[in-house]
Design a protein around this ligand. Sequence first.
Ligand SMILES: *[C@@H]1O[C@H](CO)[C@@H](O)[C@H](O)[C@H]1NC(C)=O
Ligand SMILES: *[C@@H]1O[C@H](CO)[C@@H](O)[C@H](O)[C@H]1NC(C)=O
Ligand SMILES: *[C@@H]1O[C@H](CO)[C@@H](O)[C@H](O)[C@H]1NC(C)=O
Ligand SMILES: *[C@@H]1O[C@H](CO)[C@@H](O)[C@H](O)[C@H]1NC(C)=O
Ligand SMILES: *[C@@H]1O[C@H](CO)[C@@H](O)[C@H](O)[C@H]1NC(C)=O
Ligand SMILES: *[C@@H]1O[C@H](CO)[C@@H](O)[C@H](O)[C@H]1NC(C)=O
Ligand SMILES: *[C@@H]1O[C@H](CO)[C@@H](O)[C@H](O)[C@H]1NC(C)=O
Ligand SMILES: *[C@@H]1O[C@H](CO)[C@@H](O)[C@H](O)[C@H]1NC(C)=O
Length: 419
Amino acid sequence: MIIKFQATAVIPKFVFAHFLVGNAAGLTQEQWESEIKLAKHSLLDGFALNIGQQDTNTDQILQKAYAAADAVGNFSLFLSFDYQSGGPWPANKVVHAINKYKALPAQFYYYGRPLVSTFEGVSNIEDWPSIRNKTDCFVIPDWTSLGVQLFAEVRHNVDGFFSWDAWPAGADDKTLHSDEAWANVTNGKPYMMPVSPWFYTNLPQWNKNWLWKGAQLWTYRWEQIYRFQPDLVQVISWNDYGESHYIGPIHADGIPQGAARYVEDNHHDAWRELLPYYIASYKLGDRSKIRVTKDTLVYWYRPNPNNSGSNGGTTGNCPQQGQQEMDPASLAEDKIYIAALIKEPSWLMVQIGSNNSITTLFASQIGMNTFEVPFNGQTGNTTFSIVRNRTEVAYATGPAITTNCTNGVINWNAVVGSS
Ligand SMILES: *[C@@H]1O[C@H](CO)[C@@H](O)[C@H](O)[C@H]1NC(C)=O
Ligand SMILES: *[C@@H]1O[C@H](CO)[C@@H](O)[C@H](O)[C@H]1NC(C)=O
Ligand SMILES: *[C@@H]1O[C@H](CO)[C@@H](O)[C@H](O)[C@H]1NC(C)=O
Ligand SMILES: *[C@@H]1O[C@H](CO)[C@@H](O)[C@H](O)[C@H]1NC(C)=O
Ligand SMILES: *[C@@H]1O[C@H](CO)[C@@H](O)[C@H](O)[C@H]1NC(C)=O
Ligand SMILES: *[C@@H]1O[C@H](CO)[C@@H](O)[C@H](O)[C@H]1NC(C)=O
Ligand SMILES: *[C@@H]1O[C@H](CO)[C@@H](O)[C@H](O)[C@H]1NC(C)=O
Ligand SMILES: *[C@@H]1O[C@H](CO)[C@@H](O)[C@H](O)[C@H]1NC(C)=O
């Protein structure tokens, strides 16, 4: 753990990560326990378990998950019914699943009721009064495609709202605007705010091939969470490899067909190292109570410059969702992004390619400091260090930035590492 803090009161705020059960069919219970320990180590409270109604493995996977969470202890789970992959859930199956798992010790209860969420499902809104009646669940759906105005007309059917709107459209950064709008329209019911570190998908079998601007999303969205103080937070995602926003370990047998090219060597685990700081900041609402106990530098970048090969037919933005199609290169800037958590003001040294000049940056804030270092046409392995009083206190190396793209196609996913 890289931070220390003292919780002064019982804090009714929770942070979950979205977990695709369909990508975890191969996990043993021991592997589930290991995932859960990693998540707990990051101060996550639990997983939102995304389940599709056609997936015949679901029950045996959920049994392992609930048993593992119980065995590890103090880690919660709840069901998130996916109405898109596999199609809409029949109401009786939803009732059955909630009632089956709500009795298990790892089930997350919110205001005394088993929490349930969704991914979409806007054609099945009228199912929920009866589902609630038969399960006594606390439902916080993601019906983002409905829009704020239409949600206002159906909010009496549910207990809160979860927004899936975690990425910026176009070249601007994401603001709090959509979160404010959703939090307003819940009319006093809890709002679950999304945070995601990245977005790139290229899965032709599902007609998906676009990216959104990622850049410093992981750092500034957590800053927004700290300021906005939503009731709940959900990280998108723990293991959605196909959309490149996983923060959990890569399990090769969970990677969807066609995505291994941009997932296999693109580890994201180091993003989790920032979570204890971000989650403690959010829950305490006062960063001055947090003490950094270990200097830590986390970096991320794309391994290929934005003009170094074919763009793979990837669009910037998602035209199928009505967004303006853009050149992906215009949204994927050639930069290294850095987050440094430091005990005392320090210097950061960054080098791309062992023969190139070193960029020196001053991290003036005790706590979190963020930087962007342009590639400037340089390629090669990267090195990073934190230096204080002429002593190197942390060091990291990263994989090469290269114009030699695998099969000539640019990899738009990020590589992430840390000291
Ligand atoms: C769970 O949390 C409680 C309260 O913080 C603590 O007393 C207990 O030891 C924890 N149990 C496990 C298994 O970590
Ligand atoms: C909820 O249950 C009560 C009592 O069983 C019943 O009278 C009512 O019609 C039910 N409401 C819905 C929406 O299912
Ligand atoms: C949300 O409500 C606040 C307070 O009423 C208001 O100031 C703000 O403009 C609203 N924001 C949005 C995006 O609707
Ligand atoms: C590629 O990234 C560089 C550096 O961030 C940026 O200047 C350039 O505009 C990007 N390319 C395109 C086509 O936008
Ligand atoms: C760095 O320069 C030396 C001397 O010119 C050369 O031998 C070496 O290959 C270069 N290394 C890289 C990574 O370009
Ligand atoms: C980058 O580092 C790797 C691992 O240390 C090494 O095998 C490789 O030669 C390096 N590449 C360059 C361009 O220096
Ligand atoms: C460097 O060392 C001095 C004296 O040991 C200390 O007062 C100062 O805070 C240190 N500076 C940094 C940036 O750590
Ligand atoms: C490019 O990468 C391929 C394997 O990915 C390798 O065989 C080839 O030598 C590389 N070319 C250059 C110029 O580094």
